[in-house]
Ligand binder design. Structure first.
Ligand code: AMP
Ligand code: ZN
Length: 303
């Protein structure tokens, strides 16, 4: 049995995660959720005074916005669409028959709805802000949290298909948003230190699809557009990305028509916390029983 499976099994055995029969799709116990709630309070303590505008979107987004985002060009392998039955009574009868016989795929006649599963918490934000008009000269800051879907089934408990991302998104001038990103890299390290986690920050790239994607990934790395904060969860040698710090230059500003008051295109950056991964890093580092965690860590999280 490999290390990953055994950590997942230990999480199931301890009742922290609940097996659903699908890799990467888990229930969470109250004790697991307590850790996430406490960690989000810590995020608020570090970021609260910045005055970000909070918005919460459901884990599904407008399909038209998803299409415009270009997600299918970069990450078709990760996307999840919501399909529904849209037929008449006759169609319903043949659907039930198909399910009963089990030979044919009953989902083949399901039709795409106007909703796709949100791939990252910030995706619904850009079109929402674009509709409001120009970004103020002093910049704009948003606080988001959403369940996100990525089709990447795995027995690594840190690689889930439905997981929560807390994000801060900044829009403004290049200097404004790159300063924002740097300040959260510093804060991220400080926060993790307070909860007793060993971290490293490294340059990173997104898993762009296919051969053309390799070039995009290299470009992203060469230009230092993405950094990740890594913490050991299932492997000390290969620590897991628990936070990401992304600078989009003016790419999203151009795509969504995000203009500054002076007419220039807004630059954007986002900082994402992988909430399940952070909870898992805490359980991996300090043990599965929160009562046994170091006093200083408990105090930081629960006061
Ligand atoms: P990304 O947009 O890929 O940079 O993801 C933002 C953050 O979400 C990452 O830093 C991770 O902490 C978290 N994350 C990404 N993919 C997963 C996943 N499959 N399961 C759990 N957390 C994830
Ligand atoms: Zn984002």
């Amino acid at each position: 049995m490999d290390m990953q499976t055994s950590f997942l099994d230990r999480l199931f055995d301890a009742g922290l995660l609940i097996d659903t029969g699908v890799d990467g799709l888990y229930g969470r116990s109250g004790r697991f959720e307590d850790v996430i709630v406490a960690f989000e309070r810590l995020i608020d303590r570090f970021g609260g005074a910045d005055g970000a505008e909070a918005m919460r979107f459901p884990p599904g987004m407008n399909r038209a916005f998803f299409e415009k985002s270009g997600y299918m060009k970069s990450f078709p392998q990760l996307a999840g669409t919501v399909h529904s039955f849209c037929g008449n009574e006759l169609d319903h009868m043949s659907l039930l028959k198909c399910m009963e016989v089990g030979e044919e795929d009953w989902t083949k006649d399901q039709k795409a709805t106007d909703i796709v599963l949100t791939p990252a918490a910030c995706y619904p934000l850009y079109p929402t802000v674009a509709k409001r008009g120009p970004v103020p000269a002093k910049g704009a800051l948003y606080d988001l949290q959403s369940y996100c879907f990525r089709h990447e089934p795995s027995q690594d408990p840190a690689r889930q298909q439905l997981f929560r991302m807390r994000e801060y998104v900044c829009m403004g001038t290049e200097t404004h948003v790159t300063d924002f990103r740097q300040s959260w890299m510093d804060r991220g390290v400080a926060m993790m230190k307070e909860v007793g986690l060993e971290v490293a920050i490294d340059v990173a790239n997104d898993p762009f699809f296919g051969r053309a994607g390799k070039m995009l990934a290299n470009n992203q790395r060469d230009q230092n557009l993405k950094f990740e904060l890594l913490i050991p969860i299932t492997s000390v040698a290969k620590p897991t990305a628990c936070m990401s710090f992304n600078y989009h230059q003016d790419a999203f500003g151009t795509k969504w028509g995000l203009a500054m008051e002076d007419g220039s295109v807004a630059h954007t950056a986002c900082v994402g916390f992988g909430l399940e991964r952070i909870a898992l890093a805490l359980f991996h580092t300090h043990g599965l029983d929160v009562a046994d965690w170091p006093e200083s860590v408990r105090k930081t999280l629960w006061g």
